[in-house]
Design a binder for this molecule. Structure first.
Ligand code: GRG
Length: 294
């Protein structure tokens, strides 16, 4: 199956499951749906499904876990957009949650999405309890102080300084990388991947997380700042193009992609989709940089 078709099919399955988790209802639930069902690439849940498939688990089995990854991701975006954090007006092409519903409701939307992430896992059927517990552990570490929240705290602390490449890397490994790594590992864990396969998929998740962050920084730096000039660099954020220059950042992203490809190559054809996802993530940014340079 081509990557485009795979992404399209899995995205549809994810959308349907997410919509089913928060059925339409006026009031607060509408605010949850506004952010959760606002589009987005759904890369994290798709990684969970794909890693699960490598380990032999069907999307039906891994879907609650995949949804949990997207719930955590969406909560982080809603809170990241708040005036006390990045103070963004737009997310996924629409006004941010706090712009529509106010700061208080946006905080609660994030809280509710995060809580539901663990609820949906608890209600998953057909997965051995030991794997469910391992998945909860994986997700809580990746989302919390040892992962995304810890990375965000370091990012806030570094604002206004000129961080070294090592600091940029450390911040992003936690802030963005941890959840992408967990997306892959949770799928592998739920699918019961044997130790060697789990190690390969973990190495893939680490490299993909790095590639994703560099690509995201490149796209952000290239984005027409015209709207409000609020690129990460303009906000004094730690970025790869800031630390390495655009050429250096692109080369770094390609190296991370190659590392991801090497990690899964021994897993054979069943892991081809994961390799294609790594290429897609990096090529998107590389091509945008090429267009901007020409
Ligand atoms: C507020 C606890 C807390 C954490 C915030 C993830 C995060 C930490 C902040 C988001 C800021 C940001 C834009 C980080 C760069 C990487 C990233 C997570 C990009 C957005 O992810 P995509 O590209 O977005 O997967 P879609 O909309 O496609 O889901």
């Amino acid at each position: 199956m081509t990557l485009a078709r795979y992404l399209d099919e899995r995205r549809r399955l994810v959308e349907r499951s997410l919509a089913g988790l928060v059925p339409p209802k006026r009031g607060f639930r509408q605010a949850m749906r506004y952010s959760l069902l606002a589009g987005g690439k759904r890369i994290r849940p798709i990684l969970t499904l794909a890693a699960g498939e490598v380990a032999g688990a069907s999307p039906r089995l891994t879907m609650p876990f995949a949804c949990a990854l997207e719930l955590v991701h969406t909560y982080s975006l809603v809170h990241d957009d708040l005036p006390a954090m990045d103070d963004d007006d737009l997310r996924r092409g629409r006004p941010t949650s706090h712009k529509v519903y106010g700061d208080g409701i946006a905080i609660l939307v994030g809280d509710a999405l995060l809580t539901e992430a663990f609820g949906v896992i608890a209600r998953a059927r057909g997965v051995p309890a030991s794997r469910v517990v391992a998945a909860v552990d994986e997700l809580s570490v990746a989302a919390g102080e040892r992962g995304m929240v810890g990375g965000q705290a370091r990012d806030l602390a570094a604002e206004g300084s000129t961080p070294t490449l090592a600091q940029v890397r450390g911040i992003h490994a936690l802030k963005t990388g941890a959840l992408l790594r967990a997306a892959v590992r949770v799928g592998a864990i739920v699918g019961g991947a044997p130790r060697g396969m789990l190690a390969r998929l973990t190495a893939y998740g680490d490299a993909l997380g790095l590639a994703f962050q560099i690509a995201d920084d490149i796209l952000d730096a290239l984005a027409d700042a015209g709207a409000d000039g609020r690129t990460d660099a303009a906000l004094g954020k730690a970025t790869y193009p800031g630390a390495l220059g655009m050429g250096g950042a692109r080369a770094h992203a390609r190296r991370a992609r190659d590392q991801a490809l090497r990690a899964v190559a021994p897993l054979g054809s069943k892991a081809e989709i994961l390799g294609a996802i790594a290429c897609y993530v990096v090529d998107r940014a590389d091509q945008a940089a090429e267009r901007a340079a020409s």
